[in-house]
Write a protein that binds this ligand. Structure first.
Ligand SMILES: O=C(O)c1ccccc1NCC(=O)[C@H](O)[C@H](O)COP(=O)(O)O
Length: 229
């Protein structure tokens, strides 16, 4: 399973996390979050697979952040509708066209359109109406299942993963919400469960923090090693 480390905030710490080579590194662009990312990222991670995480943001705001931070993956963590996802896809495509015309690589015949990935998050507690996923099927690349809580994300506790036994789709999903070292046994058990068939990645955040946005590198390293076994 792949690993996404979310909610990175401090540049030295970001570089240290990047050295662990998680598959995705997530950055929160939601002002009310204690992990809200401001400023510039270290140049060293320009080409890493970085995820911009947004909550009901204006699409123009997302496009600005995509350009500023070179995101290829966008995570929608609010109540974004399927129409919103369609509009985002359309705008990303328009952006590609503009970039193509302005690019030297295109003139040299070397231009490659970015492979956008859109993740749509949904919150679960003890049950979930999976029919809500249907309108998003053709519009997003991954679903992400997080725990329903007071905050849109980063609540720090797990939901009942048994709910995923009813997952009706074949779309790969991220499993999220309160996952820490103490969930490793549960993850191993989950891997043997039919519900994990389409689980593409594990998403971790607050359970690996020294303070909001500052990740514990040793704990992450241990988790990554264990996840691979
Ligand atoms: O982490 C936040 O502060 C946050 C705030 C607003 C929207 C999304 C947010 N996090 C998104 C994530 O993908 C988290 O990794 C996910 O919610 C799980 O967090 P945690 O329960 O702390 O493991």
């Amino acid at each position: 399973m792949k690993l996404k480390v979310c909610g990175l905030k401090y540049n030295n710490n970001i570089e240290a996390v990047a050295k662990l080579q998680p598959d995705y590194m997530g950055f929160i662009f939601y002002e009310k979050s204690s992990r809200y990312f401001v400023g510039e990222m270290p140049k060293e991670i320009l080409f890493y697979n970085k995820v911009g995480v947004f909550v009901d943001a204006d699409i123009s705001y997302i496009l600005n952040k995509v350009k500023q931070h070179n995101f290829k993956t966008i995570q929608l963590h609010g109540s974004e509708s399927a129409n919103y996802c369609a509009e985002l896809r359309f705008e990303l495509h328009l952006k590609d066209e503009q970039d193509r015309w302005q690019s030297d690589q295109w003139r040299k015949g070397e231009w490659e359109a970015p492979n956008w990935e859109v993740i749509k998050a949904f919150s679960i507690k003890d049950r979930f109406d999976f029919s809500v996923l249907q309108p998003y099927e053709a519009l997003v690349d991954y679903f992400l299942f997080d725990t329903k809580g007071k905050l849109p994300g980063g609540n720090g506790y797990t939901f009942n993963w048994g709910v995923l036994n009813q997952y009706p789709s074949t779309k790969p999903y991220f499993l999220s919400g309160g996952i820490g070292l103490s969930e490793l046994d549960k993850i191993k058990e989950f891997k043997n469960n039919p519900a994990s068939k389409h689980c593409y990645a594990i998403d971790v955040n607050s359970k690996f923090e020294i303070k909001p946005g500052l990740k514990d590198i040793n704990a992450l390293e241990k988790f990554k090693d264990e996840l691979q076994h």
